[in-house]
Ligand binder design. Structure first.
Ligand SMILES: [Zn+2]
Ligand SMILES: [Zn+2]
Length: 265
């Protein structure tokens, strides 16, 4: 019931905001900002909310008997809390309208679910890397805890763990391939604009996933709408069933590159 009320709120704002920028980023190559609006994607996002509310799972292409329990939406209302979902309306090369869907980051540990666009990297490569180095990080953590419990110094090990996790982060980032609407391809580090390091989860939000998929597959985006589904986040900046613009921390620094070339289509 609550979700239906929130959908109502979303629809009211749809009419006011659907042509305003819902995501933007500065593009150094063009020396200006590129942006996208929600447009008709808002209507398709509301349809997705209704589907999620009714089916209570995200493997919407699977028949009910074959539903994967891991893909139920109950997960979003528990400890893990909710996450962002995104919908893109685009035009294919034949001029047909198409609708794509994405969830942010992983869903209950899964990067790939049928019916949803995947991440900006090859999942096999990501898994090979994390399967090799996560146990090493865990072992270091356990050893640090053991030493501390015995009153011994663990500073050296702590530095080693920090170095290893920073190295792993750089290696993971190097797996990301970003493509824009000029056909240019960059790594996450090359596409990222702005001071400071690349935040964890950059490139894993819905808008980058959807734009990347469109650019790679010759689709022209017409609008993207992103909404939150599930228990509100700790800081209450994300609430169930509400629409949000692309985030400033992780998305804005790469949207300039990802959107480049789109407004010339
Ligand atoms: Zn984001
Ligand atoms: Zn540009």
């Amino acid at each position: 019931m609550e979700s239906m009320e929130r959908e109502g709120l979303g629809l009211t704002s749809a009419n006011d905001h659907c042509q305003q920028p819902a995501g933007r980023g500065f593009c150094p190559a063009c020396g200006r900002e590129h942006s996208f609006a929600r447009g008709l994607a808002q209507v398709h996002a509301l349809a997705l909310m209704r589907e999620l509310a009714a089916a209570k799972r995200i493997d919407l292409l699977a028949p009910p008997a074959k539903a994967n329990p891991r893909l139920g939406t109950g997960y979003l209302f528990g400890e893990a809390r909710g996450q962002m979902f995104g919908v893109m309306v685009c035009r294919d090369q034949a001029g047909e309208e198409r609708v794509l869907r994405a969830f942010s980051c992983q869903y209950n540990g899964l990067w790939e679910v049928e019916g949803w666009v995947g991440p900006l990297f090859a999942v096999r490569e990501f898994q090979a890397l994390t399967e090799e180095f996560d146990p090493k990080l865990k072992a270091l953590g356990a050893e640090i805890a053991r030493r501390e419990a015995e009153g011994l110094c663990a500073d050296g090990l702590r530095r080693e763990r920090k170095r290893l996790s920073q190295w792993l982060m750089r290696e993971v980032h190097a797996l990301y391939r970003l493509q824009n609407f000029r056909g240019q391809v960059r790594s996450l580090a090359e596409a990222f604009v702005g001071p400071g390091g690349i935040p964890t989860g950059a490139g894993d939000c819905c808008a980058p996933k959807l734009l990347q998929h469109a650019a790679e597959n010759g689709l022209t985006p017409l609008g993207i709408a992103e909404f939150y589904w599930g228990k509100e986040n700790h800081s209450r900046t994300r609430e169930h069933g509400r629409f949000y613009a692309a985030c400033k921390e992780k998305c804005a620094p790469i949207l300039g590159f990802l959107l480049c070339g789109l407004d010339e289509r």
